[in-house]
Design a protein around this ligand. Structure first.
Ligand code: FE2
Length: 204
């Protein structure tokens, strides 16, 4: 599949994200609204890449909430047409094999596109069950909105606490954070801003 075919699909995802952020009532999301509202239509080629994480969306759709269902559903509908990515590799030894086998993300807006923004990064991440995303940090501030399932989060060294679909997690610049998924797949909307939008996280 070529980039020419992917652009119409990603245009639907872009609109779904922009609407989701614009309408989200939480104050943490307010911080992202200006940058997201200014995302344009500059497009950079994307290639369809499949990962196992795409298949977890099927099961995950059973655990959405009313306020997260529409956004999850649009990614579910197009899950086999998307550029699924991973930030980490076996060679960099930053995350475990459990995570490499069972996670992936779809970036819709970011410095590398496919819809180009220099100020904000948005997409979804999907993790299978029983995966540990080790504690890490990065310069950009981040917002996570679980769309389906739940995971136990730690922020700034706090004890792990369960966050579910409909919650929102705000991670200030360079705050250490990580999570462990539970017995079902976990889907999150993520946003990054105010930092290198493709910085490789620091672990530990
Ligand atoms: Fe993060």
């Amino acid at each position: 599949m070529t980039a020419k075919v992917l652009q119409p699909t990603y245009a639907i995802l872009r609109k779904a994200i922009m609407d989701f952020v614009a309408e989200h009532p939480n104050t943490a999301m307010e911080r992202f609204k200006t940058n997201v509202a200014q995302v344009g239509t500059q497009w950079r080629d994307a290639t369809q890449v499949h990962l196992a994480a795409a298949e977890f969306l099927d099961q995950a759709m059973k655990t959405t909430m009313p306020e997260t269902h529409a956004l999850a559903a649009v990614f579910h509908k197009y899950r086999n047409e998307l550029n699924w990515e991973q930030s980490y590799t076996m060679d960099d030894k930053l995350v475990g094999q459990d995570m490499l086998n069972g996670y992936g993300f779809v970036e819709v807006i970011g410095k590398n596109g496919p819809f180009v923004s220099r100020s904000v990064r948005c997409g979804i991440g999907v993790w299978g069950s029983d995966i540990n995303y080790p504690v890490h940090n990065h310069m950009a501030e981040e917002v996570y909105v679980p769309l389906a399932g739940n995971a136990d989060f730690t922020l700034d060294g706090s004890p792990y606490r369960t966050r579910s679909a409909g919650d929102i997690i705000h991670v200030p610049s360079n705050q250490r954070h990580g999570f462990r998924t539970t017995s079902s797949p976990f889907v999150v909307f993520y946003g990054w801003q105010a930092g290198d939008l493709r910085q490789k996280s620091t672990f530990g």
